[in-house]
Design a protein around this ligand. Structure first.
Ligand SMILES: [Cu+2]
Length: 111
C-alpha cells in the first residue's frame, strides 16, 4: 500500500466516524421529544410578565400534575398571547422543559 492510499483510507475512516456521530446526535432528539409530557389545563389569566414574556395563570386542578394554583407559562411564540387580557378564561396545553419551564403549545380564550 502506498502512503497516499493509506492517507486516503485514514480520511475515509474519519469521514465514516463523523457521519456516525452525526447520526447518533440526531437520534437523541426524537426520543427527548417523545418523553416530554404534555398537559391540558384551564384557568384564568391573572397578569403578564415584562414584554409579555410569560403569563401568570390561576389554573384549575390539573389531574395527575398539580392542584389549583397561580403560576407562570411561557409562549412558544409571542403571537400566542395576541388578544389575551387579564381576566380571560383560557384553555391551554403545555409541556415542561428539562430546566423546569412550562411552555405553551396552545392557549385559547374560552367563551
Ligand atoms: Cu401550578
Amino acid at each position: 500500500m502506498t502512503s497516499h492510499s493509506l492517507r486516503a483510507k485514514a480520511l475515509a475512516t474519519l469521514l465514516l466516524m463523523s457521519a456516525a456521530t452525526a447520526v447518533a446526535a440526531s437520534c437523541t432528539k426524537p426520543s427527548e421529544a417523545a418523553s416530554a409530557k404534555s398537559w391540558h389545563a384551564t384557568g384564568a389569566v391573572k397578569s403578564f410578565g415584562p414584554s409579555r414574556a410569560f403569563v401568570n395563570i390561576a389554573h384549575d386542578e390539573i389531574a395527575g400534575y398539580m392542584s389549583a394554583m397561580t403560576m407562570s407559562f411561557e409562549p412558544e411564540k409571542a403571537a400566542q398571547f395576541d388578544g389575551l387580557v387579564a381576566g380571560d378564561r383560557v384553555a391551554f396545553d403545555f409541556s415542561e422543559t428539562a430546566d423546569g419551564r412550562r411552555v405553551l403549545s396552545r392557549i385559547e380564550k374560552q367563551r
